[in-house]
Design a binder for this molecule. Structure first.
Ligand code: 13P
Length: 246
């Protein structure tokens, strides 16, 4: 049985004040039994969020990490620094990293390796563009991203995969529950073929305009094990409704 997981990706949003108020609201809500919850703020907000979430049921993650262990990489943050601080999760290969920072599958693979070695649980993001879907290439694109990021990794027991169709991110367009389920089934099949991965035990999250009113239908699909939530994770009421739908 895979435990549902709802992760808030706050992207480049938030101030000390807005985060205090958001977490104040989230932490006052009772934990939902059987559902794991995590939030991923910017690097600079991690200490504040870790302190506020300490001894709560909400885990904390980062939105990225360096592909290197340490050294002369100005502006980068090492996976081991994040785990030392108390982060449990790290989002890797988000489409915004691929789009604005030209991250390749090989770079994502290197980040997965250092993250796992540092004891972080990676949330590896995959997803096709609208053009790729319209060309009938969605499944082959996603399979190639998975192979590129995961093949040959040493320990993927804690792996989570997030399917985030690029055309659904921040657009208000959500994949239909059936479109999402079809891709999740394809992803699980693809994971079966990668050595060292227990595909049945690996949690697959859906991301892309998840809202309070579409979450329950998505979570009802057999291969959807939770959500990676962007915009709706910044509003306590919306995020709480999504968690409740799980
Ligand atoms: P939205 O929920 O704002 O569409 O963002 C999804 C996302 O990119 C989460 O990582």
């Amino acid at each position: 049985m895979r435990q549902l997981l709802v992760v808030g990706n706050w992207k480049m949003n938030g101030s000390r004040a807005s985060i205090n108020s958001l977490l104040d609201d989230l932490l006052s809500a009772p934990a939902v039994a059987g559902t794991e919850v995590a939030v991923c703020p910017t690097y600079v907000h991690l200490p504040q969020v870790l302190e506020l979430c300490a001894s709560s049921a909400i885990a904390v993650g980062a939105q990225d990490c360096s592909h290197m262990q340490s050294g002369a990489y100005t502006g980068e943050v090492a996976a081991v620094m994040l785990s030392e601080m108390g982060c449990r999760w790290v989002i890797l290969g988000h489409s915004e990293r691929r789009q604005y920072h030209a991250e390749s599958d090989a770079l994502v693979a290197a980040k997965v390796a250092v993250a796992v070695e540092a004891g972080l649980q990676p949330i590896v993001c995959v997803g096709e563009t609208r053009e790729q879907r319209e060309a009938g290439e969605a499944q082959s694109v996603v399979s190639a991203q998975l192979q590129g990021a995961l093949k040959g990794q040493v320990n993927l027991d804690s792996l989570v995969v997030a399917y985030e169709p690029v055309w659904a991110i921040g657009t208000g367009l959500t994949a239909t529950p059936q479109q999402a389920q079809d891709m999740h089934e394809c992803i699980r099949g693809c994971l079966e073929g990668i050595e060292g991965i227990d595909a049945q035990a690996t949690r697959l999250l859906y991301g892309g305009s998840v809202k309070a009113d579409n979450a329950a239908q998505l979570f009802a699909q057999p291969d959807i094990d939770g959500a990676l939530v962007g915009g709706a994770a910044l509003k306590a009421a919306d995020f709480k409704s999504i968690i409740a739908a799980a």
